[in-house]
Design a protein around this ligand. Structure first.
Ligand SMILES: [Zn+2]
Length: 292
């Protein structure tokens, strides 16, 4: 189980270069996503973990704010945090009348209650505790969040709308499934790991187009994107996520024992791992009512 934020413990033998100074620094157990975030863009479930870790600051006033962000972060000084929310890969710090949107990009990370942090993009100090964000994009949102975000498009959200996702997919029949899963307007929160694992799980080749997918496979695609995301969350909290990977970064197929293919596919050209034997590349548009 993850350590409490107040019990910061460096992981023995595990150090990463500080992104800013290049000097080696410990990776702390408290940070549920930092170990990953050095190598991969965080996915929605990781931000849900972060949200849980910073709940201690809800209702607390920021006594001091600093950092190298180019936006007017001084505006947060003296303000009380009223909530934290996530939408896909966006981490939202909510204040009365405005919101700060954090995107961790490729190499973002955070630290909570760290005593002597390196210069952060944003450092928030409270009467008790601190929250630091590094290498991330910071933006202010002035509008009400319900006007900005379609919560039903976030795979981790209670309002996730399976039918709505299918409708968005059917509107783009020429899109490859490998691009569809990474499309944040359809599957907000899904990242590269979830993409690879979901396609392996539903046995669909990443270069199948949405229009060629049989109806049953389209349903599986939408359902498993959410199911896997919640399993990702539980496995990550228990520090066993990597052990559960069947395709991502793997060389051998867990189903047939054959070699997995690694290729940079789709518009995003992200790493894709798949089995050409087990994962079917559907070619023709499926007939209505086709069960397979
Ligand atoms: Zn296989």
């Amino acid at each position: 189980m993850p350590q409490q934020a107040s019990l910061l413990m460096p992981i023995t033998g595990l150090e990463q270069p500080d992104v800013r100074t290049g000097k080696a620094r410990h990776v702390y157990r408290c940070c549920a996503i930092c170990c990953y975030i050095f190598n991969a863009m965080p996915e929605g479930p990781s931000l849900v973990i972060l949200k849980g870790e910073v709940e201690q600051f809800i209702g607390k006033k920021i006594t001091s704010v600093s950092g190298n962000s180019r936006v007017d972060i001084a505006r947060m000084q003296g303000q009380k945090i009223i909530d934290f929310k996530t939408w896909g890969k966006h981490f939202l710090i909510c204040f009365k009348g405005f919101t700060v949107r954090i995107h961790f990009l490729m190499f973002g990370r955070y630290a909570i209650n760290e005593e002597r942090p390196s210069v952060a993009r944003v450092s928030m100090l409270f009467a008790k505790g601190a929250f630091h964000l590094y290498n991330c994009s910071v933006q202010f949102i002035e509008e009400p969040l319900d006007d900005v975000y379609d919560w039903s498009g976030d795979v981790m959200n209670d309002d996730w709308d399976e039918k709505g996702a299918k409708k968005k997919l059917r509107a783009q029949p020429d899109m490859l499934v490998v691009d569809a899963l990474l499309d944040q307007n359809i599957f907000a929160g899904v990242g590269n790991i979830i993409k690879n694992e979901v396609l392996f799980r539903i046995k669909v080749h990443p270069e199948t187009t949405i229009g060629a997918l049989p109806a049953r496979k389209l349903t599986q695609l939408v359902q498993e994107a959410r199911i896997y995301s919640f399993q990702f969350l539980e496995w990550k909290k228990a520090f066993i996520l990597k052990k559960q990977w069947k395709a991502h970064t793997k060389k051998v197929c867990a189903e047939c024992g054959g070699p997995l293919t690694k290729a940079h596919l789709g518009k995003t050209a992200r790493r894709t791992f798949y089995c050409t034997h087990c994962q079917v590349k559907y070619e023709k548009p499926a007939a209505a009512g086709d069960a397979q």
